[in-house]
Ligand binder design. Structure first.
Ligand SMILES: Nc1ncnc2c1ncn2[C@@H]1O[C@H](COP(=O)(O)OP(=O)(O)O)[C@@H](O)[C@H]1O
Ligand SMILES: O=P(O)(O)OC[C@H]1O[C@](O)(CO)[C@@H](O)[C@@H]1O
Ligand SMILES: [Mg+2]
Length: 491
């Protein structure tokens, strides 16, 4: 299909999801929510920060590649790495020192809802989904203020053994504090001089400094855990995220194994009274390989139906599952990177026994679906196109406050670079005899073992922010998949 045919197909997908989204009874969303303190860095900002530290040490730290932020030097090293490649990254910090240093040396531009579960809950509620049940284990009054106030967005609260669903502001615990993450957004073309080097940022992206205070636990109170079947019964799907915060060991002797077990138990509880519930996990950057591996092998495999992730995260996942070479081909920016990405997504689908895996990249998405996934390939295509429209709307407007707001995404141009990338993949797949050119051009490929959807995405030239766009893509696509499952077929 050429761009004008894709444009037409995009409009059809929006209309189809708008018609069907209301048949979704509800979605359960857990666990992570925080306040994002967002700073868009401009010319001179990084140089100013570099003047406050020893640049030679930063350079050494760039080579040693810190996987957690303990000092301003670690922060600047990871910021320069992210800016040089234009790659998204999320690095944990376990003390408040860097937060204080950043507060003293940078003024953030805006504070907004952060965390996959927080962003996704607000998006789904604003999309007018019938019911969104959000569960945040550390819901503080300040955090609750960042949730949209809407009757379809509720949080469980257990009183005298009975579960109630309340607005987050009424379900929060006044003893809890807010978790604040710093988000450093950098724009394509920004030039930074350090030591003898100059970096020109190749693409808009962001670095997240994820605060991990000791009280953060990816878990549920026993009371809420006991009532999960009751909640699971009333929804069609669940979106789970935040597992990246699980630690190997805790001060009280607990280990990651305990939290992995509880996480699997929680999924089991959701399925107890609703065996058909569809579970999506939103993946993210996880620096610790033991945790990354445990999440994939022990939580996702066999328990989860759908996985959403970006390209770097595909490489990271492949890496811990033993596909190092393929992982390397995905991240090195070679001609064949998109082929490696496709191969990687196929591997992950089968290795992790998923029903769908949705990879979002700048300019295109790839989704691989198993043969037993209950919706047809055109409905999968609708879901991806709808998600791209939603992402474009968020990038353009900075947020989505109503279902109607998504429509603005239809005016954003389809990425020609994305089209070029997928043409490369098409040539490869046709050469390999995996599909014919017609099927490829329609974005839908059926093979014996799985089906594949490949779409060009809409890309906003100057996005308001980049953080949270991936969450918007995955959640809107998943909600659209659920709509496909409950809506009457439109043959
Ligand atoms: N300017 C843009 N216009 C449209 N989509 C974008 C733009 N920038 C990024 N995206 C999409 O957002 C995704 C970011 O996802 P991810 O890295 O998971 O970020 P986050 O987890 O912060 O949401 C990219 O994969 C790309 O598909
Ligand atoms: O790992 P954490 O601290 O939950 O942070 C997740 C981060 O990812 C995002 O949810 C974006 O995907 C940010 O809003 C947030 O800061
Ligand atoms: Mg993401």
């Amino acid at each position: 299909m050429d761009i004008s045919e894709w444009d037409k197909r995009y409009i059809e997908s929006y209309e189809s999801i708008a018609r069907n989204i209301h048949c979704v009874n509800g979605i359960f969303v857990a666990y992570n929510s925080n306040v994002d303190a967002i700073k868009h860095i401009g010319p001179g900002d990084v140089e100013n920060l570099l003047r406050k530290v020893d640049v030679d040490t930063v350079q050494q730290r760039i080579f040693s590649y810190p996987r957690q932020i303990d000092s301003p030097v670690d922060f600047l090293a990871r910021l320069l790495i992210a800016m040089k490649d234009g790659k998204a990254a999320e690095i944990p910090t376990y003390s408040t020192d860097i937060h204080e240093w950043l507060t003293d040396n940078l003024v953030f531009d805006e504070a907004r809802m952060g965390g996959q579960a927080g962003i996704i809950s607000n998006l789904l509620a604003n999309m007018d989904l019938n019911k969104v049940i959000a569960y945040i284990p550390w819901l503080s009054p300040e955090q609750a203020d960042y949730f949209v106030s809407s009757p379809n967005l509720l949080h469980p609260f257990v009183r005298e053994g009975r579960m109630e669903l309340l607005p987050p502001a009424e379900a929060c615990n006044p003893d809890y504090k807010a978790k604040v993450n710093w988000i450093i957004e950098f724009n394509k073309g920004l030039s930074v001089k350090y030591a003898e080097d100059r970096i020109i940022v190749p693409r808009d992206n962001r670095l997240i400094i994820s605060s991990r205070p000791p009280w953060i636990r990816i878990d549920m109170s026993d009371e809420v855990y006991e009532h999960l079947p009751e909640m699971g019964k009333t929804v069609d799907g669940a979106i789970l995220s935040g597992y990246q915060m699980i630690k190997e060991e805790y001060e009280d002797g607990m280990t990651y194994r305990d939290y992995v077990e509880r996480a699997v138990g929680a999924i089991g509880q959701l399925k107890k009274a609703n065996p058909d519930i569809c579970i999506h996990v939103e993946f993210t950057s996880i620096q610790n390989k033991i945790i990354r591996s445990a999440i994939l092998n022990d939580i996702v495999r066999n328990h989860v139906h759908s996985l959403g992730l970006d390209t770097v995260e595909v490489a990271n996942a492949l890496n811990v599952l033993g596909y190092e070479e393929l992982a390397y081909s995905v991240i090195k920016r070679g001609e064949d990177a998109i082929v490696a990405l496709y191969e990687g997504a196929v591997r992950l689908l089968h290795e992790l026994r998923l029903q769908r895996i949705h990879v979002h990249s700048l300019g295109f998405y790839i989704c691989v679906v198993s043969k037993d996934c209950p919706i047809d390939i055109e409905q999968h295509l609708d879901s991806l196109l709808f998600a791209s429209t939603a992402a474009a709307a968020r990038a353009l407007q900075g947020g989505i406050d109503s279902f109607e707001d998504i429509k603005a995404g239809l005016d954003v141009p389809i990425s020609t670079q994305g089209m070029d990338q997928i043409d490369k993949l098409g040539a490869y797949l046709v050469r390999q005899g995996k599909c014919n050119l017609d099927d490829f051009e329609r974005g839908c490929i059926c093979t014996r073992n799985h089906d594949v959807l490949i779409i060009p995405a809409r890309v906003v030239d100057h996005p308001v922010d980049t953080v949270g766009i991936g969450d918007t893509i995955s959640a809107s696509a998943f909600a659209a998949v659920l709509a496909g499952m409950c809506s009457p077929r439109e043959d």
